[in-house]
Ligand binder design. Structure first.
Ligand code: CTP
Length: 400
């Protein structure tokens, strides 16, 4: 979740500053990019060298670096760089100043420039923590949308025992992960996705299949799972393997198997995406033994499979239903007609006439048509980026 994310850690002047080194380590271990800003007073408790070594980045403290080549440490750029900003430890002095918008050092100015979620881990002696002015600062900072990670109770540097110790770095880290998880846009959503081809057996050796790779459906599953949804992915025969804590994969082979597995999840799903290339026909009789070529030229009688998406449209209660339409001609007209006949909320149109939008490709070019007659056209993109466009469109619709 934090891999590749930019984390800014602000360190202020309290004895708990020595624990900030462990906090930096936690974020580095999670694959994040970490930069530290120290207030001048914090350097009495932890050296910039320690933090620079652990974060693998220069540590910032003053507005200017006044050595041989004087340079301005741009607080605006630092603030905008951050995906998350954590001030740990946050002393009573820093809390008071930040709650008032005072900006007499680089950390304060960066705080005022940051647009990302900001967490404060207060650390001070118990009477300072209990003081009404500290309570007022915390309340004010919270009312601005910041999150407070409450201090823990225990032995304090003064020798007194009580509430005021900065939360342990591991607890700060876990708190932030849990908080980010809880705030994900699709938390509490259960998503059902069908993906990949189906294979319709002719005999124990042969089948009727299609060229779908399952890539588009898998990218959708990953995108939705990263946004907090619990995903049930019903995947036809595909070479792609999927591993994500929020994705449960059910591997199926035939259209019949995909139908019964998908319908089992349908009722309890809030969003359903049918991205599978389901066979429309299946052999009426499957030969129990391999059909031998000495026999007369075989004729395979086909019967229609059940249309999974149409059945879902008929049974729909509150599910947000998304279908795909793969067309070679009269694209918009055919997609619109599928949107209506299958009772969908939205349909994603692929045209085989668009270069780079074919089976097995890593790219796709889509047009989204909505129930309310909107048409959104997108450029040719990687399937990962196309998944982002589709999921963002779904999010806009379900939050409207
Ligand atoms: N679909 C399905 N079950 C089927 C056939 C299609 O769930 N037996 C779904 C697909 O996953 C897709 C949508 O229906 O989301 C449209 O599929 P498509 O193959 O484009 O159209 P069909 O309805 O099969 O019609 P046609 O093949 O005639 O274009």
């Amino acid at each position: 979740m934090l891999r590749g994310k930019n984390i800014l850690i602000g360190i202020t002047g309290g004895i708990a500053a020595y624990k900030s080194a462990h906090l930096v380590r936690e974020f580095i271990k999670a694959g994040a990019n970490v930069k530290c800003i120290q207030t001048p007073a914090s350097k009495n408790f932890i050296t910039p060298l320690t933090l620079a070594t652990l974060s693998k980045n220069e540590v910032f403290s003053e507005f200017t670096t006044d050595e041989e080549n004087p340079r301005w440490n741009d607080h605006v750029t630092l603030g905008l760089w951050a995906d998350l900003f954590i001030i740990a430890p946050a002393t009573a002095n820093t809390l008071a100043k930040m709650s008032q918008g005072i900006c007499d050092n680089l950390l304060m100015a960066t705080y005022l420039s940051a647009k990302c979620p900001i967490y404060f881990a207060p650390a001070m002696d118990l009477d300072m923590y209990k003081h009404p002015s500290t309570a007022e600062s915390l309340q004010k900072l919270q009312s601005f949308g910041n999150t407070i990670i409450l201090p823990e109770s225990g032995e304090l540097a003064s020798g007194l025992v009580g509430l005021g110790r900065m939360a342990e770095p591991e607890n700060i880290f876990n708190f932030i992960i849990a908080d980010l998880n809880e705030k994900l846009p699709l938390k509490h959503h259960s998503v059902l996705i069908t993906a990949g081809p189906t294979y319709e057996a002719i005999d124990p050796v042969r089948f009727i299949g299609n060229r779908s790779s399952g890539k588009m459906g898998v990218e959708l599953a990953l995108n939705l799972a990263n946004k907090g949804a619990e995903v049930n992915l019903i995947l036809g025969p595909s070479l792609i393997s999927v591993s994500h804590n929020n994705i449960v994969v059910s591997n199926v082979e035939s259209a019949k198997e995909m139908y019964s597995t998908a319908m089992g999840f349908f009722k309890n799903s809030t969003i359903v995406i049918a991205a599978a290339a389901v066979a429309d026909y299946t052999p009426k009789v499957v030969s129990a033994q391999k059909i031998k070529k000495e026999l007369a030229t075989p004729v395979i009688e086909l019967i229609k499979t059940k249309d999974i998406l149409a059945e879902m449209g008929a049974q729909k209660t509150s599910q947000f239903l998304v279908g795909f339409a793969l067309e070679t001609h009269n694209e918009i007209k055919n997609a619109k007609s599928k949107l209506q006949s299958k009772n969908l909320d939205l349909i994603v149109l692929n045209s085989l006439n668009d270069k780079g939008a074919c089976f097995q490709s890593n790219t796709n070019k889509i047009t989204i048509l909505t129930k309310s007659n909107k048409k959104l056209s997108f450029e040719l993109k990687s399937k990962q980026d196309v998944a982002e466009d589709i999921v963002n469109t779904i999010l806009t619709k379900i939050n409207a």
